[in-house]
Design a protein around this ligand. Structure first.
Ligand code: GRG
Length: 300
């Protein structure tokens, strides 16, 4: 019974975090002036689609784990992370990349608008995220540290490297090392950056940042393995995106290389390791620990 109540609490907590960040994003977008109508429409279309806002929740809960509360800097950082993440999805769905017509339960940006608008929407979201961090974070030193952290995670030795290697590995061959590197670069580094942005917002010490950076990498890798598992075990309606695409495109995934059972075991191991890293934060990290379990046992 206690476990059931805890699960409900975490579900409500995550829904509250998602609505908070949705409000921040909507306000932030309104604040940008001079955006042509069609581009604004496409930006609002992609950002208002129901993403899970998981990376935003990691930012907010890491700030809470350090400072005991969620501050304005964490809210801004959460919005910036979701804007960069959403840009990557818009570009990933393009015909030149993963070529998907369906995202967050709606037609992908290039289907709802057109390819050029989708490319420019991604460009705009990426640029706006950095403008946001450079203008709205309370202290310049925190802003610079956040900008550097996010740029490294999303950049050519981070998410973009992961995407390049993911596209190259589409004949289904490749070593488990290659698979690990793709997942770390494509997904886990953005989770580590989310954790670090929350830590920076909360005024973390160097040691706390080290812990939360390691936590984010474990959580992100576990999240991506769970994503690989869901791709083979869920429906498109449940996922809000096309299911079964990894196998169709011969992608290098955990289930393809290790099988479903081993993949589930690996995701569980990572969840336990991630939760253990949070021990020094004591009860301030209770919600963050709940998030780890909720994410790795998710159904969408
Ligand atoms: C285009 C530079 C560039 C990178 C694209 C994010 C990405 C890299 C590709 C999308 C495909 C994919 C499976 C990426 C791995 C990360 C991931 C699991 C994305 C989906 O994240 P969720 O489930 O999505 O958090 P929502 O829609 O809930 O935000």
């Amino acid at each position: 019974m206690a476990e059931k109540t805890e699960k409900i609490d975490i579900k409500i907590e995550l829904e509250q975090k998602a609505s908070l960040v949705n409000e921040v994003i909507a306000a932030v977008i309104k604040g940008f002036v001079g955006i042509p109508d069609r581009l604004r429409e496409a930006i609002e279309y992609t950002l208002s689609a129901p993403g899970k806002r998981v990376r935003a929740a990691v930012v907010l809960l890491c700030c809470e784990s350090v400072a005991g509360n969620i501050n304005k800097d964490a809210e801004i950082a959460a919005a910036a992370i979701e804007m960069v993440h959403t840009y990557s999805l818009v570009h990933d769905d393009l015909p030149a990349m993963d070529d998907d017509d369906f995202r967050r339960g709606k037609p992908s940006c290039h289907k709802a608008f057109d390819e050029a608008t989708a490319i420019l929407t991604g460009d705009a979201l990426l640029t706006m995220a950095f403008e946001l961090l450079s203008t709205k974070i309370s202290e310049p030193s925190k802003a610079v540290e956040m900008i550097k952290t996010l740029a490294e995670a999303a950049g050519p030795a981070g998410m973009i490297a992961g995407q390049v290697d993911d596209l190259l590995a589409q004949n289904g061959t490749g070593s488990s090392d290659n698979l690990h590197n793709i997942h770390i670069n494509k997904t886990a580094k953005m989770f580590a950056a989310s954790a670090l942005l929350g830590a920076i917002a909360g005024g973390a010490s160097r040691q706390q940042k080290d812990l939360l950076g390691r936590f984010g990498l474990k959580l992100g890798l576990g999240f991506q393995i769970a994503d690989d598992i869901l791709d083979v075990s869920s429906t498109s309606t449940q996922l809000g995106k096309t299911a079964g695409k990894d196998a169709e495109q011969g992608k290098l995934t955990y289930p393809a290389v290790f099988g479903l059972e081993q993949s589930r075991k690996k995701a569980d191991e990572l969840a336990n390791q991630a939760a253990e890293i949070l021990e020094p934060f004591e009860e301030k990290a209770n919600m963050l620990k709940g998030l780890v379990l909720a994410l790795l046992n998710r159904t969408k």
